[in-house]
Design a protein around this ligand. Sequence first.
Ligand code: URA
Length: 242
Amino acid sequence: MEKQKSERLDKILSMSGFGSRKDVKKLVKQGAVTVNGKTANDAGIKICPLTDEIRVFNEEVNYKEHIYIMMNKPDGVISATADEKGTTVIDLLEGEYSHRNLFPVGRLDRDAEGLILLTDDGKLAHSLLSPKNKVEKVYYVEVMGILNEDDVDAFGKGISLEDFITLPSKLDILEAGNISKALVKIYEGKFHQVKRMMKARGKHVTYLKRISIGPLNLDEKLGPGKWRELTDSEVYELQNIV
Ligand code: URA
């Protein structure tokens, strides 16, 4: 786990949901905040949230430097922080964490479902999205058309799209028929990538669901639109992908 550094008391309280820095200053002035059992009288003091015990009205404050949430994005929801017309993944949090600047790591198409990671950890997001890290993403896909071994070979070699050639990827056919079912593993994240790869093979995607990002698997217990915070070990594994 990353070593936690000292932070200003007002920043810690504000990031823990106690309002703006101004609100927090008022709480301190009221004498509502204690640090290691002593009433704090300066909102600007630096403390270490790992070792110092902070209480507000005698309730212990559970400070987290970063928040990590996995969500099962449903069809029709936009993977953005805000949208004038549609519902976004952030809207699905219903204001919880509104004191944190959470954003989705990467995108899923509006009609795609499945695993999306929401965080305020820019460093982790950058490492998951950086093309040089080639983080594996696994999708369950249903397509119109019969998938066959030629498709498996083509995915394995890399598929030539209008503007680029994909990295070698993996296609595991689960069921071949008029509607075929498969798992696709890709190592980059270009716009509509799986749909475009399938289109290049003459297949039309009718259903797309992301089931993993690197070591992080979508929790099967999360129904569409549901979410939960990552466990410490899930965060640790993500932080150690490179
Ligand atoms: N590939 C797609 O075509 N769409 C997604 O949302 C993700 C991968």
